[in-house]
Design a protein around this ligand. Structure first.
Ligand code: UD1
Length: 324
């Protein structure tokens, strides 16, 4: 049994990590400022772990990691740190780069300093596919040059580089996992900055037309959250990966038009989307090479896109769907 700190553990991805750790029987502490995360996510994660036979409960520290004292208290006595806390939105970073920078860079530096001083075994960072930017080559490999197109992408790149620096400068064991458009239950559709799958599913359930920014031909490697969780938990303990950057995704590619058609098929709706101008800072195509994750982590996707989408729609609808 190991002690894990999940920063941002009340958020969408963080709460799924908490759930998986509880199921395994690990000790879990969460630190979260509840800016986008919720107590309800943590309660749902704990309940799901209980239903799977777990008995533990995560401990909770409410606070902002941009405050070094909060980071120090959170990291104390931990074996592993899974740093998920962030303001995870490209358009929000374009609209408000300062608050985004504080959450994504200042807080990350504090967590790194605290982890170094506490002597943790490893820190795993939630990186982002956005760092690849408009590099036209697909699939995106970790050795391609980064071309950030938004403050968010730049901040995530700086986070990765800070990790690598802490590994070389202070011998802190770190790994960056680059996420690709993660989706699943507990992703919150209530903000215009929410992930597109949560927004499309909400629109279909409400019977309203979604907005598609651009022609809908842009593609993403939409990754069901169970895959991300598996990759991160492997990255926390895999040998010989200190200082590495590793894509965690599916190597698939789905366009927004295909996505909307699939959501409509699952829910039996027939709504015409509203097409608007492309979004500033948007990337056209995104698809991950996952050879490095396979080689270093023994990672392979465990839930395919179609299956993950069905589970997500069933969660949002609150009912099982007929197989059509
Ligand atoms: C980006 C990152 C992703 C990161 C995420 C954090 C890339 C390739 N991916 O996701 O790794 O985790 O930020 O939030 O940079 N869209 C619509 N209508 C909507 C909402 C979105 O058409 O109502 C479009 C967007 O313009 C975009 C696509 O859907 O083309 C996906 O958008 P979103 O879900 O916000 O994620 P990314 O910005 O791709």
């Amino acid at each position: 049994m190991a002690r894990y700190l999940v920063t941002g553990g009340a958020g969408f991805i963080g709460s799924h990590l908490v759930e998986a750790l509880l199921v395994r029987g690990d000790d879990v502490r969460v630190v979260d400022n509840l800016s986008t995360g919720t107590r309800a996510n943590l309660a749902a994660a704990t309940a799901a772990a209980r239903a799977a036979g777990a008995s533990g409960t995560p401990s909770f520290i409410g606070g902002d990691l941009a405050d070094l004292a909060v980071a120090t208290a959170a990291v104390a006595d931990m074996d592993y740190v899974l740093h998920q806390a962030a303001i995870p939105s490209v358009p929000r970073s374009v609209a408000d780069p300062v608050s985004s920078n504080r959450a994504n860079i200042d807080a990350t530096l504090n967590v790194l300093v605290a982890a170094r001083d506490a002597g943790v075994k490893r820190l795993v960072f939630a990186g982002s596919s956005s760092v690849y930017g408009d590099n036209a080559e697909l699939p995106k490999r970790e050795d391609m040059p980064a071309r950030p197109l938004s403050p968010y992408a730049l901040q995530k790149l700086v986070g990765e580089q800070y990790l690598a620096l802490f590994t070389s400068l202070y011998a802190l064991d770190t790994v960056s996992t680059r996420y690709f458009n993660v989706f699943g239950p507990r992703q919150d559709p209530s903000s215009p900055y929410s992930g597109v799958i949560s927004l499309f599913v909400r629109a279909a359930l409400d019977g309203t037309a979604p907005t598609i920014h651009g022609d809908g031909g842009q593609t993403r490697d939409f990754t069901y959250v169970a895959n991300t969780v598996d990759g991160v938990l492997r990255a926390a303990v895999a040998p010989g990966v200190a200082g590495e950057v590793i894509n965690v995704a599916t190597n698939g590619r789905v366009s927004l038009n295909q996505l909307w058609n699939e959501v409509q098929r699952l829910l039996g709706t027939s709504l015409t989307p509203v097409y608007g101008p492309p979004r500033a800072g948007d990337v056209r195509d995104s698809q991950a090479a996952i050879d490095k994750a396979s080689r270093l982590l023994g990672y392979q996707p465990i839930v395919a896109f179609d299956d993950g989408l069905r589970r997500t729609v069933e969660w949002a609808a609150g009912r099982p769907l007929p197989h059509v």
